[in-house]
Design a protein around this ligand. Structure first.
Ligand code: FAD
Ligand code: UDP
Length: 374
């Protein structure tokens, strides 16, 4: 039987970048994935001529020039800028929080007026040293925006009250006193033309890939195939949840093809009230260019509603819940992982970290740099 230098478990971005680098460094590599396709959560599938983001909308954004240059080897990126719209009981607001949002919420016109309004609302609550997501949000944008655009969405998304969630989650969103509704503070941003699957296919060019293959079900025989294993699945699953499961949020996607060219006029609309059961609706065609709203090229559109739910063993884990309790448990799993001589843990699930794509790629490149520099 063939022997490899590396067995890579998971063909998501971490596994695929590491596989590419290992091959370049002259190492032999086998990539396996338990899913029937490559790409992990960035996988896109073609429906009605539209690249549908099967595991949730993915917008590539980064400030890391080396990561941007790296991904541009494998795809041409369009100039998509993410500007989601918030829908609160039919009232529409611009996201992230910027002058358009403040003007619609309060009628304020200048940055000074907006800053004064936020400060007035923060002062009224008496928060000085924010200790959780609720306090952090109110300090940043005041109570009106917290109540209408943050509280309901966040509690649906995480299934926990905002007072029990870590402040860092809301710090992901920019707050701007300018008319700039770019969701990300990133120098480089876009969507790969041709879809993410094609980009990952290019990374894995010339590399052996075996799909529908669950590492944990065949661990002993698979371990024998290689000197080293790069494992990008959930760290707690690797240890059979021996110390108890870590918490994740799962997402159910309800995808529909509609017989109209334009459903919501934007790629992402967030439903920020508590009552609407979904968190957001994605209209996939608006990630791409050359799709016109009259439907001359594409008479149909594809939308996905996202429903967030608590994860249980057997579900797809999407978001690690990086709070204190899980942080303590993760450290215990990490100590066990460090003792596994043959296996290196990486990626969003392997490191139990709310990583964006660019951070995952950077982390895989660092690991490759350490192992292959000579
Ligand atoms: P994954 O993509 O999860 O890949 C892990 C792979 O390992 C999977 O293919 C899985 O099937 C496989 N695997 C697991 N266990 C086993 C096993 N036992 N045997 C074999 N194979 C196994 N980031 C951004 O930068 N921008 C965004 O807009 C963005 N949007 C997101 C939206 C959603 C809904 C989610 C969930 C994430 C989003 N992210 C976004 C984050 C992004 O998805 C991740 O940073 C990145 O895809 C993680 O790559 P990964 O390789 O670590 O993990
Ligand atoms: N958030 C919110 N309202 C929104 C969008 C986001 O309150 O309309 C909060 C929510 O707590 C979310 C966090 O901001 O979990 C980070 O949002 P982001 O869009 O970065 O989440 P992701 O893309 O990872 O789902």
């Amino acid at each position: 039987m063939k022997h490899y230098d590396y067995l890579i478990v998971g063909s998501g971005l971490f596994g695929s970048v590491f596989a590419h680098e290992a091959k370049w460094a002259g190492r032999s590599v086998l990539v396996i994935d338990k899913r029937p396709q490559i790409g992990g959560n960035v996988y896109t599938v073609d429906i009605e001529g539209i690249h549908v983001h099967k595991y949730g909308a993915h917008i590539f954004h980064t400030n890391l020039k080396h990561v941007w240059d790296y991904v541009n080897q494998f795809a041409v990126f369009n100039r998509f800028t993410n500007s989601p719209v918030a829908n609160y009981h039919g009232e529409l607001y611009s996201l992230p929080f910027n002058m358009y949002t403040f003007n619609k919420m309060w009628g304020v016109v200048t940055p000074e007026e907006a800053a004064a309004k936020i400060e007035e609302q923060r002062k009224a609550t008496g928060i000085t040293n924010p200790k959780n997501l609720e306090e952090q949000a109110i300090s940043l944008v005041g109570t009106d925006i917290y109540e209408k655009l943050i509280k309901g969405y966040t509690e649906k998304q995480w299934g926990r009250p905002c007072t029990e969630l870590p402040a860092f989650i809301i710090k992901r969103l920019p707050v701007r006193l300018t008319f700039d509704n770019n969701y990300f503070n990133a120098l480089y941003q876009g969507i790969p033309v041709g879809g993410y699957t094609k980009m990952v296919e290019n990374m894995l060019d010339g590399i052996e890939v075996q799909l529908n293959c669950d590492y944990l079900e065949h661990k002993e025989e698979l371990d024998r195939l290689a000197d080293k294993v790069i494992y990008t699945g959930p760290i707690d699953a690797y240890f059979h949840y021996d110390l108890g499961p870590l918490e994740y949020r799962s997402v159910r996607f309800e995808t529909e093809v509609l017989d109209k060219p334009n459903f919501q006029g934007n790629a992402a609309v967030n439903y920020t009230d508590r009552e609407t059961p979904w968190t957001r609706i994605i209209e996939h065609k608006w990630f791409e260019f050359g799709k016109d709203e009259q439907g001359n090229d594409l008479p149909k559109t594809v939308i996905s509603r996202e429903y967030s739910s608590e994860w249980k063993v057997g579900d797809e884990p999407y978001y690690p819940v990086n709070d204190e309790k899980n942080g303590i448990l993760y450290k215990k799993y990490k100590a066990l992982a460090d003792k596994e001589e043959k296996v290196i843990f990486g990626g969003r699930l392997g490191e139990y970290k709310y990583y964006d794509m660019d951070a995952v790629i950077d982390s895989a490149l660092r690991l490759a740099g350490k192992r292959f520099e000579n």
